[in-house]
Design a protein around this ligand. Structure first.
Ligand code: UDP
Length: 318
């Protein structure tokens, strides 16, 4: 029986590796491409014995060659945490722009369907709340986050151009904050930072006054949304995220409670430049078009994630 073939760029990353797992479970053959700058082979080591899985170490900002048929391309390669793209500003711009161009070129060549991992960062520091797909955003192009936000906005524009001009079948997922096993402990994001600090008995570093909000989606829900979008006919952007919104200060408190840490305090640090004050997806479109909504609530998802971090690092709470 014919097995559909998928290429996942950034396939050794947090989301990419979960997508490789899902596609293999669905009976696909998977080419995973990653240059391992922020991705990690640990995330895919369980797949190396699988005859349907092929790893290609490659930087997708350069010409991408994949032998044979390709039916689907999921473009997930990019540094994706504020700390990472501040450390890797040029690579972030290049993978969002040149990398998207190369991945789209491959889709055109192979007559494959293309899915872009876009982001809620295209909405910047939003002046509309919650964010709907028809909101154009409020992004500072020259601030430190601009390298990510503008690269992803360019990537969306390039994706729509390949769709309109070359007739490539394209999908655009606007991914909101997502968490779960295989997140890097040192990527500087709020969730791994708080869990790491809580498990080590250190104080939790909340940036600014902690009143800024985020809405966290568990990775299994995200993967389901992405897979449904890939299989749908929707070529305009779709928000994929969990609308359950929380302030960062409250979130730090939740992490303390769920790690059983009664000693650590919350300490306040300077707010990074252009840190969005609010963020919450309006998922009416995903519900209507994909029949999708998240199922895992934050407490359940956080428990799974905390267990993962506990196994990954040996902690001793003093
Ligand atoms: N944040 C924080 N302490 C940390 C790391 C992040 O208070 O140690 C804040 C950050 O300023 C932001 C929110 O938590 O307001 C979510 O940050 P994250 O890095 O997870 O991603 P973002 O949603 O900003 O892309």
């Amino acid at each position: 029986m014919y097995k559909p073939v998928a290429v996942v760029t950034g396939g050794a990353g947090f989301l990419g590796s979960h997508l490789c797992d899902r596609l293999l479970d669905e009976g696909f053959r998977v080419h995973c491409i990653d240059n391992l700058v922020t991705g990690n082979l640990d995330n895919i080591e369980h797949l190396f014995g699988n005859e349907n899985f092929n790893f290609i170490k490659h930087d997708v900002t350069n010409y991408v060659h994949v032998p044979g048929d390709v039916d689907y391309i999921l473009h997930f390669a990019s540094p994706a945490s504020p700390i990472d793209y501040l450390k890797l500003p040029i690579q972030t711009l290049k993978v969002g722009s040149l990398g998207t161009h190369k991945a789209l070129g491959l889709a055109k060549e192979k007559k494959a369907r293309f899915l872009l991992a876009s982001t809620s960062e295209v909405y910047g520091d939003p002046t509309e709340h919650p964010q709907r797909e028809d909101y154009w955003g409020n992004v500072n192009p020259i601030g430190p986050r601009g390298v990510y936000d503008e690269a992803k906005r360019f990537a969306e524009a390039m994706t729509m151009a390949y769709h309109r001009y070359h007739g490539v079948q394209t999908r655009i997922a606007r991914i909101f904050n997502t968490y779960g096993p295989r997140m890097r402990l040192d990527d500087g994001r709020a969730l791994p930072a708080f869990v790491d600090q809580a498990l080590k008995g250190k104080d939790l570093t909340v940036f600014g006054d902690g009143c800024q909000t985020r809405s966290f989606c568990f990775v299994s829900d995200l993967v389901e949304g992405i897979f449904r979008l890939l299989m749908s006919n929707e070529s305009e952007p779709v928000n994929i995220g969990n609308p359950s919104e929380i302030t960062i200060k409250e979130f730090a408190g939740e992490v303390l409670r769920l790690t059983g840490n009664t000693k650590s305090k919350i300490v306040y640090k300077e707010l990074p430049i252009d840190d969005p004050r609010v963020r919450q997806p309006d998922i009416s479109k995903a519900k209507a078009v994909l029949g999708w909504e998240p199922r895992v609530d934050r407490e359940e998802g956080l428990k799974i994630t905390i267990d993962y971090f506990k196994k990954k690092v040996k902690y001793s709470l003093s």
